[in-house]
Design a protein around this ligand. Structure first.
Ligand code: FMN
Length: 183
């Protein structure tokens, strides 16, 4: 079956993240994103695609900082609260019952309930189609201790990161697979 061209993303499973930013007055903003990806190891770069009308973009234009919060499936239903278009400077985290925690290297808060987070400073932005691709340099990154099963190896089944297909459709409960290279 052929896909309509503007629904191609429905066959690409993507990590759902919540990006936190702050306004010029220091008020936190949080919004879910799934058009996102690592971009470079060295320097460490992360990118995501943002509709230019979003408050997230407005805040990044103002101060260039954001935190990418990786969330587990228990936060799934709250993403719809976070995606609600509240007035500018009305914090979605409060509506979603989530907690702000201080990030280590940037001003926007991280989300205490997230399982991992990347603290980023804006590096490049480019208008691509109807979105802005925002690339940030990762200046700090952390995973909660309970989600490591060995040093540097994520316990995928315990962390249960939430992935997105489209709209209300998500992917959870992934299984790790290891394909060993032939010697
Ligand atoms: C799971 C999920 C993924 C989303 N992914 C994106 C995305 O990649 N890019 C985007 O511009 N909006 C995306 N959205 C929509 C924004 O989160 C939503 O429009 C939000 O209100 C923007 O908030 P802001 O104005 O506070 O930045 C997504 C929404 C959900 C629920």
């Amino acid at each position: 079956m052929e896909l309509a061209k503007n629904t191609f993303h429905k066959v690409l499973v993507r990590t759902a993240v919540v990006i936190t930013t702050v306004s010029v007055h220091g008020i936190a903003n949080a919004a879910p994103f799934s058009f996102n990806s690592p971009v470079s190891f060295d320097p460490p770069l992360y990118g995501f695609s943002c509709n230019p009308a979003h408050d997230t973009w407005r805040n990044i234009q103002a101060n260039g900082e954001f935190v990418v919060n990786v969330v587990g499936k228990e936060l799934g239903e709250r993403l719809h609260v976070l995606e609600t278009d509240y007035p500018y400077e009305e914090c979605e985290l409060m509506h979603a019952g989530l907690t702000e925690a201080r990030a280590s290297a940037v001003n926007p808060p991280r989300i205490k309930e997230a399982l991992a987070w990347l603290e980023c400073k804006r590096e490049h932005t480019v208008e691509l189609g109807d979105h802005i691709w925002i690339t940030g340099r990762v200046v700090a990154a952390a995973v909660k201790d309970e989600y490591w099963k060995a040093p540097g190896v994520l316990d995928l089944e315990k962390a249960n990161p939430l992935c997105h297909l489209s709209g209300e459709f998500f992917v959870t409960d992934m299984k790790e697979a290891r394909y060993k290279r032939a010697q």
